[in-house]
Each structure stands twice: as structure tokens, then as C-alpha cells.
Design a binder for this molecule. Structure first.
Ligand code: M7G
Length: 331
């Protein structure tokens, strides 16, 4: 892929951070690791993982979602091959073994065996995983639901009050009990403040698939439906300062960002997704993503916009909320 100087500059920002991390990791290994604040090598907990079934996989996206057991607990493991980075090409070419598969005229194909550090698989483990996690990652047919303001009050709200995913991981971030070293920016104000950090879907090795989330400090906003014009200062603050922080850290201007909320979200605590324009992040389609700029404008023109609007969103075949909509004859 031909790169512009700007892209090379952006990549070099990420690469600088990455090389810092690598240096730290190397220093840790040399010092025996395990010191507070360092990144010791993890013990391979997956050695004990027992696969039950594959929830979904994609040859194109080079990932696989596996359901299984880890020390007798239900677990979901996600494996994903990471992109090949331009800044590692020299090492890849010089440090690999090449096995010829076939040669024909001017054409030849090989299997390249890369050095281990260039051949990593991004791995996400959810353990203990609930049945809802297993369903979330299972390939499923989806159905578009039409939810009026009244449907939200009578069907959706009672359902999510009983059934939604725990947001403990969100509170851990806000309270600096987890991922504190990953925070890119924080505005600590309790009303309009937020924490901006890399989404755990992003390995931060290249900006091409940049993905950050801004998590509001306010804890009582579940989703788009709870927003009124009273929240405009919070939303504008997230939008403005989030964009500035990303420009400063990753040299990516606002014109290269897709900034949006999900409806329905998986986690009912207000957060905003910042992804790179052009990167087809899961859930960035029109049936689920609401641009923050539009949300702000809608609330400016009607303070109760999201209380009264009919909203559309996809639900998967085995989602309990879909059954509720069916039971009440709304589908
Ligand atoms: P969502 O719109 O509630 O649901 O977004 P989705 O997961 O269906 O998109 C929550 C976002 O938070 C997603 O982009 C997740 O990848 C991300 N996320 C989830 N967890 C459990 C974590 C976590 O522990 N750490 C971080 N950094 N991101 C997470």
C-alpha cells in the first residue's frame, strides 16, 4: 500500500509508543519482570482452555470466537490475526523463513514463517462468561426492531433493568482500578467529565483501525434514550476534548474520525465510540450507530428528541428483548 507522508507520520507516532512498550517489556524481562507498573509476561492461562464450540469465525477478518471452559468456568476466547505493519517489513523480510509452495513462469507462492514477535495473535478472554456473552459472540440472524418512546418505557426499559451486562468494568476504569495506564485523556469533572481510552478491540499498533471510547463520569445515563438537552454540555465536551486529545496523541484530525453512540448499546452506561473513518468497525452501520454531531443537533432543536422518537435497531434472533417485542405484538 502506498503511504502518504502524513500517514507515515501518524504511524510513526503509534510506532514510537509501541517501541517504548517493547523497550519496557524487554527491560522487564531482563530485570526478571513482575515489578509494580511493569508489563510482566503473562502465564499461559489458555493452556487449560477446553473448547466447547466455535461461536463464529471469518476467513476474511481472520478471527475466531470460541466458547469453552477455563478451569471449570465458562469462557469466551477471541483470536484475531493482527495487520501487517509497514514499519516491521524490513525485520519480516530479513528474519523469516520462506518455504516455496509453487513456481510457475513469473509466479511463485510461499509460506513465510515470521519471527514470533511479528506473528502475534490478538487474544481477548472473557471469563467467567455469562450466557449473554456467549450469545453476543454467536453468529446469528438479526431483525430490525421499531421502538417508539412508549415501547421503550413499557418493553425495553424493564428488560434492560433486569437483563443487561454488568458495567463493573466501566466503574473500574472510572475509579482507576483497571486500565489506568491506558488512559489517553481525562476530564475529571463529575458533570461533564469523561475518560478517553483505547477500546479493547484495538491493539494500538496502527492508527488504521483506531478505536477509542469516551466513558462519561456521570453514572445515571443508560443510553441515547436518557439524553435530553440538559446533557448537551457533557456531549459537547466529550466531542470537543475527545477530538483534541486524538489529534494531539495520534495526529488524526476530526475530519478522519467517526464519532458515535450505539443504540442499543451492550453496556448501559453512557459512552461514545471514536473510530477512524474508513475502518469498518463492528457496529458502525446506520442501523446501530448515531453520529454524536447529529445527536447534539437533535437535542438542540428538541430537548426531548430521544424520549419521543421512534428508534430502529437490530436484535439477534435469540435476544430476549426480541422475544419481548414479539410477545407484545410489536413485531
Ligand atoms: P457498546 O456500544 O456498549 O457495545 O460498546 P458493543 O460491545 O456491542 O459495541 C462498548 C464498547 O466497549 C465496545 O466497543 C467494546 O469493545 C468496549 N469494551 C468492552 N469491554 C468489556 C471493555 C473493557 O473491559 N475495556 C475496554 N477498554 N473496552 C471495552
Amino acid at each position: 500500500m502506498a503511504d502518504t507522508p502524513a500517514k507515515r507520520e501518524i504511524d510513526s507516532v503509534v510506532t514510537d509508543e509501541l517501541s517504548q512498550k517493547v523497550k519496557r517489556a524487554k527491560a522487564d524481562n531482563e530485570n526478571g519482570g513482575g515489578e509494580v507498573g511493569k508489563e510482566p509476561e503473562s502465564e499461559n492461562i489458555l493452556r487449560e482452555f477446553k473448547t466447547s464450540n466455535v461461536l463464529s469465525d471469518s476467513a476474511r477478518e481472520k478471527n475466531i470466537f470460541i466458547h469453552g471452559k477455563l478451569a471449570d468456568q465458562e469462557a469466551v476466547v477471541i483470536l484475531e490475526k493482527t495487520p501487517i505493519r509497514e514499519d516491521t517489513l524490513a525485520e519480516l523480510f530479513s528474519g523469516s523463513r520462506l518455504k516455496l509452495e509453487m513456481k510457475n513462469d513469473i509466479y511463485s507462492t510461499y509460506r513465510l514463517q515470521a519471527p514470533p514477535q511479528l506473528n502475534e495473535i490478538k487474544t481477548t478472554v472473557v471469563c467467567p462468561a455469562t450466557e449473554k456473552h456467549v450469545k453476543k459472540y454467536q453468529r446469528q440472524e438479526s431483525f430490525l426492531v421499531e421502538e417508539t418512546g412508549e415501547d421503550y418505557q413499557s418493553i425495553t426499559l424493564p428488560y434492560i433493568q433486569k437483563q443487561s451486562f454488568s458495567v463493573q468494568w466501566v466503574y473500574n476504569i472510572l475509579e482507576k482500578k483497571a486500565e489506568a495506564d491506558r488512559i489517553v485523556y481525562e476530564d475529571p469533572d463529575p458533570k461533564v467529565g469523561f475518560v478517553l481510552l483505547p477500546d479493547f478491540k484495538w491493539d494500538q499498533k496502527q492508527v488504521d483501525d483506531l478505536y477509542l471510547i469516551a466513558i462519561a463520569h456521570q453514572r445515571d445515563i443508560r443510553s441515547l434514550r436518557d439524553l435530553t438537552s440538559e446533557h448537551l454540555p457533557l456531549l459537547q465536551n466529550i466531542f470537543q476534548k475527545g477530538k483534541e486529545a486524538i489529534l494531539e496523541r495520534y495526529k488524526l484530525p476530526a475530519s478522519k474520525l467517526r464519532v458515535y453512540l450505539h443504540y442499543q448499546p451492550s453496556y448501559y452506561h453512557l459512552h461514545v465510540h471514536f473510530t477512524k473513518l474508513g475502518y469498518e468497525a463492528p457496529g458502525c452501520g446506520v442501523e446501530r450507530a448515531h453520529l454524536l454531531a447529529d445527536v447534539i443537533q437533535n437535542l438542540q432543536s428538541d430537548r426531548q428528541y430521544y424520549k419521543s422518537r421512534t428508534l430502529y435497531f437490530p436484535l439477534r434472533a435469540d435476544d430476549g428483548l426480541l422475544s419481548k417485542f414479539k410477545e407484545t405484538g410489536r413485531l
